[in-house]
Design a binder for this molecule. Structure first.
Ligand SMILES: Nc1nc2c(c(=O)[nH]1)N[C@H]1C(S)=C(S)[C@@H](COP(=O)(O)O)O[C@H]1N2
Ligand SMILES: [Mo]
Length: 458
């Protein structure tokens, strides 16, 4: 085996249609090098008493071996001079976090321009996705568009729809009243590989086409008001991107009128990243990612849905009877346990914090239940604040593992009272041949060895 950090037997144990040995290898390396291993060492050291302390001498003050217990052997970082202020002016993560990366699923797509890279949910805390780890989905590659040359045009499908069509520069947009809001963006194809059977090993690949940021921008309503839009006739807008994918999506005018749809330039306190649509993208809270048009260059106001290629042919749901369902754009209530999750390894029996994420395209999360026996018994998890509208919500719950196989699941309930379905429930209505909009309950099997595996329960 080429990678010595993947223990032999690991690949033999993996599901038959195992796509991604790289992903498991990386998560395994993370487990070995990361926090959990550090905790194990710390426990072992504490148990062994002062003598064992030598193992930690590199990072903690301990008595010198056999010497005067009052003289401490301090690590270099406690005695020497540290690094000067960074010269490159933009901070980077610690070298010890190098395994925390976006990853492509090998074999999923043929070109890296029409592809996706998944966010490492297993390594993230809280609800905000660091911008450098935000999932990426491009249909025709990304661009670093010059903001001084970028324009946004607002026009109507006929002359009467918009009184004064306008072309806005970035400067003109950025002087308008702005708002900042936390929202998740989830690709409609998130968890799409898992419709028929278990296909991928880790939460990065089962759920990593979701991210959550604080977005800053101008409510689209303000721009439409400035152009004098006839909102009696103009009940739809078409949003168009400036990249070669001709990404165009219809959005109902009610969403725009409510003030929730933003023309955003900010993401987590700075300008959008090029991969995420710099300098301008549409934010459509609760709606699948494809409608969050990047490199946004045009908004057209019209009186009916546009049925563009990305809504008539793609992003439709194949139903069991062979019919397709269109315009199912809201991302329904969903959740997933991110730790422990597939590819991770539990150290030993005893206490673990089960942690995960919940979200709903219809509002706030009301409750998350967690089961460790495959859905027979449920306990209610703690929701960490803030709990926000159409944002990720972090949940945590205590668990003492008895060392026996366990089936870990989470089930979210949103403020409308909607309960996240099991695979059995969802497949009864939707069949197994869809790509999009899989929001079933995820199951992780904790094996006696401590290794965690992706499995599906009905
Ligand atoms: N202009 C443009 N906008 C786009 C796309 C694209 O390829 N081009 N991809 C869409 C899809 S399918 C998704 S899921 C999201 C992904 O956004 P992200 O790359 O910022 O995560 O952008 C959407 N907006
Ligand atoms: Mo998407």
């Amino acid at each position: 085996m080429s990678d010595p950090t993947i223990p032999s037997g690991r690949l033999r144990k993996a599901p038959e249609n195992f796509l991604d040995r790289d992903g498991v290898g990386a998560v395994w390396r993370e487990a070995k090098a990361g926090r959990r291993d550090f905790i194990r060492k710390a426990f072992a050291t504490a148990a062994a008493g002062a003598a064992g302390g030598a193992a930690l001498a590199q990072s903690n003050p301990v008595p010198t071996e056999g010497g005067d217990p009052n003289i401490l052997n301090l690590p270099a970082h406690s005695t020497g001079l540290g690094q000067p202020v960074a010269t490159d002016g933009y901070g980077k993560p610690s070298q010890y976090e190098a395994n925390v990366q976006r990853r492509q699923s090998p074999g999923l797509t043929q070109t890296a321009q029409a592809s996706v890279s998944f966010a490492p949910l297993q390594s993230l805390f809280g609800i905000v996705t660091p911008s450098g780890l935000h999932f990426e989905r491009h249909h025709q590659g990304w661009w670093d568009v010059d903001p001084s040359k970028h324009r946004l045009m607002v026009n109507g499908s006929d002359e009467k729809m918009v009184k004064t069509p306008k072309v806005f520069t970035m400067d003109e947009i950025m002087r308008l009243p702005s708002v900042s809001r936390f929202h998740f963006i989830e690709c409609g194809a998130n968890s799409g590989m898992e419709w028929g059977n278990v296909a991928v090993p880790t939460v990065q690949y089962t759920h990593g086409m979701i991210s959550c940021s604080e977005f800053t921008g101008v409510p689209l309503k303000i721009l439409l008001d400035l152009c004098g839009v006839d909102t009696k006739r103009g009940r739809y807008i078409l949003a168009e991107g400036a990249d070669g994918s001709s990404m165009t999506r219809t959005i109902p005018m009610e969403m725009v009128e409510s003030g929730q749809v933003l023309v955003a330039y900010g993401q987590n306190g700075e300008m959008l990243r090029p991969e995420n649509g710099y300098p301008l993208r549409l934010v459509v809270p609760g709606v699948q990612g494809v409608s969050w048009v990047k490199y946004l260059r045009r908004i057209e106001v019209g009186d009916k849905p546009y049925a563009t290629k990305d809504e008539a042919v793609h992003y439709v749901d194949l139903m069991p009877g062979g019919l397709h369902r269109q315009y199912t754009s809201i991302q329904e209530c969903k959740s997933v346990v991110t730790t422990p999750s597939g590819g991770q390894v539990l150290l030993d029996k005893g206490f673990f914090n089960i942690s995960g994420l919940a979200w709903s395209g219809r509002g706030k999360i009301r409750r998350v239940d967690v089961s460790v026996d495959g859905g027979r018994n449920w306990r209610t998890a703690r929701l960490e604040t803030p709990v926000l509208d159409r944002s990720l919500t972090r949940f945590n719950i205590d668990w003492v593992w008895d060392g026996k196989p366990a089936l870990i699941q989470s089930r979210a309930i949103d403020e409308t009272g909607y309960v996240q379905p099991t695979y059995g429930e969802l497949r009864k209505v939707r069949g197994t041949r869809s790509i999009y909009h899989n929001h079933s309950i995820q199951t992780w099997l904790v094996q006696e060895s401590g290794e965690v595996k992706n499995v599906q329960l009905g």
